[in-house]
Design a protein around this ligand. Structure first.
Ligand code: FAD
Length: 382
């Protein structure tokens, strides 16, 4: 059992909420501080593989998610122009049997709301933008933009790619623009009924230098979603996305299969997101501060595992802190890094290369992983 001290998590993204929930369930006293005044249901979907559903089981939200989400039987990869199948990766019942949990796709706003229900009421504070942090040696002082302060025994930086805590540990450095963008759009399922075409549950359309990932975000198949990956010259990027258009989608994917043309025709609103990156960080923690998720190892999203890695990080960090107790956080942080770095770096490299599941391959190394069952490597042998 931990010493009942206070853990602060900065950022209520998918990684921060998982950390908050799992640490609370392990008996720790946790507050999550989020800069946004409230959550918005932004127009985006997300894949959650069996490796993550096993974590959601511990958080008590696996069934809730299964009830809402779409359950694809396959991940199909298809040639964007001819429609030929490049791979058929079995999911559905196969995933449950081989990897120990379901594979689902869902709206990320719905997922975040569901995660919130697994935290103690009142333990997520909104409108708290961290502006500075001071490790006094005996605790950490957090200062927020609204002038308030908080103290914590340890601080978990789950504050995303522009992490203030990463900056505190390693200095100011903007992320790198990868040279790629992602277009995103949600389509009402009813709009697809007028076509004599088959809209598959989970399909990635590929050509030489671009792709379009498409899937349902609900079990009822009333919301379809696409996200592209397209090379794009840099522009003056302010904010996390800009508006795009049907016209831009036509210019980019006009040579693709008729199914893709139908999706473009049904796109009422399209946004365009720069895909940002960072080189692997030399340290993941210092003193009483530790990083997870995009704050620590951001990646291009082409493997659909970025949030998954943040959630696995949260689970492993909880496991290590439970093992050592909060007062020996230094050992816990070293154990955590020793048990996460190799896997997160491998996923980061494969995701950045955008090769995952393009051809028939066995994804067991990703989906079969169970962060709670994996033997714990000692920090010394890592
Ligand atoms: P974030 O989700 O970025 O959350 C950080 C939180 O910290 C935010 O809520 C932010 O408001 C808050 N914050 C930031 N600064 C402060 C501050 N100073 N004070 C307080 N709060 C702060 N991953 C998947 O697993 N599957 C997918 O299908 C998938 N698809 C993707 C598609 C696209 C186009 C993109 C761009 C990414 C995709 N990802 C996917 C990756 C995934 O979105 C990220 O890896 C994931 O969101 C990282 O989670 P996080 O909790 O580390 O950070």
């Amino acid at each position: 059992m931990s010493n009942m001290k206070h853990i602060a998590v900065i950022g209520a993204g998918l990684g921060g909420l998982a950390a908050g929930s799992l640490l609370q369930k392990a008996g720790f006293n946790v507050t999550v501080y989020e800069q946004s005044p409230a959550f918005a249901r932004l127009g985006a979907g997300i894949h959650m593989g069996p490796n993550v559903l096993k974590v959601f089981r511990r958080m008590g939200i696996e069934q809730q998610l299964e009830d809402l989400a779409s359950h694809p039987d396959f991940w199909f990869s298809r040639d964007g122009e001819t429609g030929d199948y490049l791979s058929r990766i079995p999911l559905g019942a196969w995933a449950r049997k081989e990897y120990g949990a379901a594979y689902v796709t869902v709206h990320r706003g719905d997922l975040q709301a569901m995660q919130m229900t697994s935290l103690q009421p009142g333990s997520v504070q909104f409108g708290k933008c961290l502006s500075s942090v001071e490790d006094s040696g005996s605790d950490v002082v957090l200062r927020f933009q609204d002038g308030s302060e908080a103290r914590a025994d340890i601080v978990i930086g789950a504050d995303g790619i522009n992490s203030k805590l990463r900056e505190h540990l390693l200095g100011v450095e903007a992320p790198t623009y990868s040279g790629w963008v992602a277009h995103r759009a949600l389509i009402r399922g009813e709009q697809l009924r007028k076509y004599n075409l088959s809209f598959e549950d989970c399909v990635k359309w590929w050509s030489e230098d671009r792709h379009l990932m498409v899937y349902y975000t609900t079990k009822a198949r009333d919301e379809y979603y696409y996200v592209s990956g397209v090379p794009h010259p840099a522009w003056d990027i302010k904010g996390s996305f800009v508006d795009s258009s049907q016209q831009e989608m036509l210019e980019t994917f006009g040579h693709y299969h008729p199914v893709v043309q139908a999706l473009i025709e049904c796109s009422e609103s399209v946004t365009k997101w720069p895909l940002l990156n960072r080189k692997p960080l030399p340290v993941w923690s210092e003193g009483r501060i530790v990083l997870l998720g995009d704050a620590c190892h951001p990646m291009k999203p082409h493997m659909a595992q970025g949030a998954a890695m943040a959630i696995e990080d949260a689970a492993m960090l909880t496991r290590c802190l439970t093992e050592t107790g909060l007062s020996d956080y230094a050992t816990a942080f070293r154990l955590y890094e020793a048990n996460r770095k190799e896997r997160a770096s491998r996923v980061q490299a494969v995701s950045n290369a955008n090769t995952f599941l393009r051809a028939q391959e066995d994804p067991a190394w990703v989906y079969g992983y169970d962060v709670f069952a994996a033997p714990l490597k000692s920090e010394v042998t890592s």
